[in-house]
Design a protein around this ligand. Structure first.
Ligand SMILES: *[C@@H]1O[C@H](CO)[C@@H](O)[C@H](O)[C@H]1NC(C)=O
Ligand SMILES: *[C@@H]1O[C@H](CO)[C@@H](O)[C@H](O)[C@H]1NC(C)=O
Ligand SMILES: *[C@@H]1O[C@H](CO)[C@@H](O)[C@H](O)[C@H]1NC(C)=O
Ligand SMILES: *[C@@H]1O[C@H](CO)[C@@H](O)[C@H](O)[C@H]1NC(C)=O
Length: 803
């Protein structure tokens, strides 16, 4: 049986979702309003049951999809949860060290992956630990570990010691999907808090972790060659990790360890500013509801009255305090999906009673008293220790903060920014679509850690070189991105591509006349208004000809406009960001910078241009730069090349073949209201501040002076239907016989390419007069709807041959 852990967690979590801090039931969205009876109310509260198989990705294997989610199905589910907790507590590792109410469990590297669901079928679960007392000598054990690692992981060096600190549940149920991979790459120990030890204080926790780390490190490490240690803390564990790091740093001179890095996942460091303040009193009062004790205060009573209709109030609410509880948007919608399917076939009563068992387990592993203790004692003490800006700013440890953007439990996003600014060596990773529970199977912590600035395996190159180190993303990513970002543009602009026979100068539809050569190509194009066609050009070359042309983009296209702070003069330290491999972010990248660099675009600069040529890479250059992108009124399809002939001389040095590329369509797709010079005349200081903005923006055309460039986008209104786009790859210019030192010859070639480009643009403008679909967007769209494909374009005869 395969059930997702997130299912378990969200069963609980859903309960949390059903309750929002302002006391309203919020879990019932999407379901019919309750009739007010206890049963239906319960059903509403139970919206929380989740099953990811509704999402189709993970969860039940197809053959054991429950026909009805009846009690026995739920029973299995509950027992899976019980097993998981039991493994976390007593199994799940090969060595367990006990100290002061805290256990540290070493997970042996897993040889072969079971291939199953990482969250529930992790191989780590099959290990049975040997217990080691606090006074026992660790040396032999540590040596055993190292030998085992040499054997299994076939590694010749010592792996960093990685300690995982769980959230408030004390077991780390939310991170189980990561354990197998972590155990392979690191000497991985996970901390648990013993159930029996009810009076462990925050400082006990800190002392235990510090003791564990220093002792373990001292066996294999020495002052000359210190052991590298990485601390990973999730939720409350993040708070603990900071405190531990502070303590370790304090003692860190002449030690056998070096704190290599720290990872904070949705850290609960922001106690002061969060809903916790409101949640804690609720949580603690639940105890009374559970034990039927009277809440005497009337206002309290009415505040919590609705809780009586929920299944075991404590169990639902206790969930909030678990490490990872609040589901993300995706997880949440899969809950609703599942319910819509399940509730029709199952009696809510039978599911409910099974779920009560599940909540019972929670009470078993996190009793009200324990929860009370932890929430009330650990978090406030922890935050008072850690949340001191001065102390934080001295905590010079490479730190990676991973935050779920949709974390509903903690204001993680702001907290990540805040910590990112305080901590001296911190990188923030913001996971779109993830909630407080983010270390699920969709996330690979090991990979993220390896890629991070912590550089745990010292495997990263000091500096990534975007010219020589860049690689095209895997095929499926390329396809997905094109589908998402380019296909909609294609649909709207019905682009047509032509290429030119190098010998006869005749044109042909498609890209087949672009020279096939081992030599690098240099495409030189006119820059269209706003430059939005870049994606269409790059993807067409890639799909039709397998040519990967690297765009030389304007710095602003790569990095976005000057930051608001710079414009307003309020400079704040900029928090460094890490992305997942191949991640590109739709919401943030207004200027597609992420996407551009993912597809190999680099900032236009003489150095980058030279370096690309030197490494024989094909590229796409817009010599007219921003002057063309943001052209003025009446300048549509004019080209503005610099006087200097640099790009031809450099191309000749490397025997490049230059192919002009004429593009039209964009300027006919927008109505220009005011262009740059007109904008500068705006009253009320608006014009002046635009001028300031322009002059503070980097020069883009690498051989142009800044003042040549008014970096001001014209004020335009898009037309409802964009014009058809046409692209014409012109006659190639082979520079192998051109002497780069012969300036006159270079000048001639430069002028020839420029004229060819101008000629090709006008040829396209002329030819499109014969395309009834060129400017009439309505007509084109109707055709597309009717025939399901782009309409034909002008006859090939209309397009004049090359000069
Ligand atoms: C639950 O489902 C199984 C198989 O679908 C069935 O055999 C069993 O009788 C059902 N139990 C209840 C209590 O409905
Ligand atoms: C996670 O990343 C590591 C390191 O790149 C890799 O070895 C492992 O297979 C990945 N795990 C999954 C589930 O993809
Ligand atoms: C580029 O191509 C030239 C000529 O084909 C070759 O000599 C040179 O080694 C290549 N450089 C790289 C970095 O591949
Ligand atoms: C432009 O910048 C100058 C100097 O940086 C400043 O004195 C002036 O007030 C700015 N003008 C506007 C309108 O922002």
């Amino acid at each position: 049986m395969k059930i997702l852990l997130s299912q378990l967690v969200v069963i609980i979590a859903g309960g949390a979702t059903a309750f929002s801090p302002d006391g309203r039931l919020s879990g019932s969205r999407g379901l019919p309003p309750s009739a007010g009876t206890t049963t239906t109310r319960r059903r509403v509260a139970f919206v929380s049951i989740v099953n990811r198989h509704a999402q189709g990705t993970i969860g039940y294997a197809d053959d054991d999809v429950p026909k009805d989610g009846n009690r026995s199905e739920m029973g299995k589910f509950v027992s899976a949860m019980r097993d998981m907790y039991s493994d976390l507590k007593d199994g799940g590792g090969s060595i367990r060290r006990q100290m002061n109410g805290v256990g540290f469990t070493y997970v042996s590297p897993v040889i072969s992956s079971t291939g199953g669901n990482k969250q529930l079928d992790g191989a780590w679960r099959h290990q049975k630990p040997t217990l080691v007392g606090v006074d026992e000598d660790l040396s032999d054990i540590q040596r055993g570990i190292i030998q085992e690692r040499f054997r299994k992981a076939q590694s010749s060096s010592t792996h960093p010691l990685l300690v995982y600190l769980p959230g408030l549940d004390g077991f780390g149920i939310s991170a189980t999907a990561q354990f197998d991979d972590l155990s392979k790459t690191f000497e991985f120990w996970r901390m648990t808090v013993n159930l029996e030890s009810t009076h462990v204080s925050f400082s006990d926790l800190v002392v235990s972790v510090v003791k564990f780390v220093t002792e373990s490190a001292s066996i294999m490490g020495s002052i000359d060659s210190p052991r590298e240690v990485i601390i990973v803390g999730e939720s409350f564990g993040g708070l603990l990790a900071c405190a531990v790091a502070m303590a370790l740093k304090n003692g860190q001179s002449n030690t056998c360890y070096v704190l290599k890095g720290m990872v904070l996942v949705n850290p609960a460091t922001s106690f002061d500013e969060t809903i916790w303040e409101r949640v804690v009193p609720v949580l603690t009062s639940l105890r009374y509801l559970e034990s039927q004790e009277k809440v005497t205060d009337d206002s309290e009573k009415s505040r919590f009255a609705f809780l009586n209709s929920l299944p075991t109030p404590y169990s639902v609410m206790g969930a909030l305090a678990l490490a990872a509880t609040v589901p993300s948007g995706t997880q949440y919608s899969s809950i609703l999906n599942f319910l819509q399917q399940t509730l029709t076939t199952t009696s809510a009563e039978s599911m409910l009673s099974a779920s009560l068992d599940g909540f019972g387990i929670l009470a078993e592993y996190l009793s009200p008293a324990m929860l009370d203790q932890r929430v009330m004692k650990w978090i406030p003490v922890g935050s008072s220790v850690v949340n001191n800006p001065q102390r934080l700013s001295k905590l010079n440890v490479p730190t990676l903060i991973i935050g779920g953007r949709d974390d509903k439990m903690l204001p993680t996003r702001n907290e990540a920014e805040r910590l990112g600014q305080l901590l001296p060596n911190c990188v923030v990773m913001d996971i779109a679509g993830a909630g407080h529970f983010l270390l699920d199977t969709g996330f690979n912590l090991t990979e993220v850690l390896i890629d991070s600035h912590i550089n745990p395996l010292n495997s990263k190159k000091e500096n990534y070189d975007p010219i020589s180190d860049w690689m095209l993303p895997p095929d499926d990513i390329v396809k997905a991105v094109i589908k998402k970002r380019v296909v909609p543009l294609r649909e709207r602009t019905s682009p047509v591509f032509f290429s030119t026979d190098p010998v006869t100068g005749k044109r042909r539809r498609g890209l087949s006349h672009i020279p096939s050569t081992k030599k690098p190509l240099l495409f030189v194009a006119n820059h269209q208004l706003f430059g939005l066609d870049l994606g269409m050009i790059i993807s067409e070359l890639l799909e039709q000809r397998g040519i990967m042309a690297r765009g030389l983009a304007h710095p602003v296209a790569m990095e976005g406009f000057a930051r608001e702070e710079q414009m307003t003069g309020l400079e704040r330290p900029i928090v460094r960001k890490q992305k997942r491999r191949w991640e590109f972010n739709d919401e943030d990248s207004q200027f597609q910078g992420d996407l551009f660099s993912m597809f190999g675009a680099v900032k236009v600069s003489p150095r980058n241009f030279y370096h690309l040529l030197q490494t024989n890479q094909t590229m796409l250059l817009f010599p007219g730069g921003v002057r063309e992108v943001f052209h003025r009124k009446g300048e549509a399809y004019q080209i503005f090349w610099p006087e200097k002939t640099d790009f031809v001389r450099l191309a000749a040095k490397f025997n490049t073949i230059i192919v002009p590329l004429a593009a039209i369509g964009a300027a006919d797709s927008a109505e220009m209201v005011l262009d740059a010079p007109e904008l500068l005349q705006l009253p009320f200081g608006l014009g002046a501040s635009l001028a300031n903005f322009s002059s503070s923006t980097v020069s883009a055309r690498f051989d142009a002076q800044n003042e040549d460039e008014l970096f001001i986008p014209p004020l335009t209104l898009p037309k409802p239907f964009p014009a058809r786009h046409y692209f014409l790859f012109g006659k190639p210019f082979d520079t192998s016989s051109l002497d780069p030192k012969n300036l006159d010859a270079c000048q001639d070639v430069y002028k020839a390419i420029e004229s060819e480009l101008k000629y090709d643009i006008s040829a396209l403008l002329e030819a499109r007069k014969d395309d009834p679909f060129a400017l009439d967007g309505i007509k084109r769209t109707s055709y597309q709807r009717l025939f399901g494909k782009d309409p034909p374009t002008f006859p090939l005869d209309s397009l004049k041959s090359s000069m």
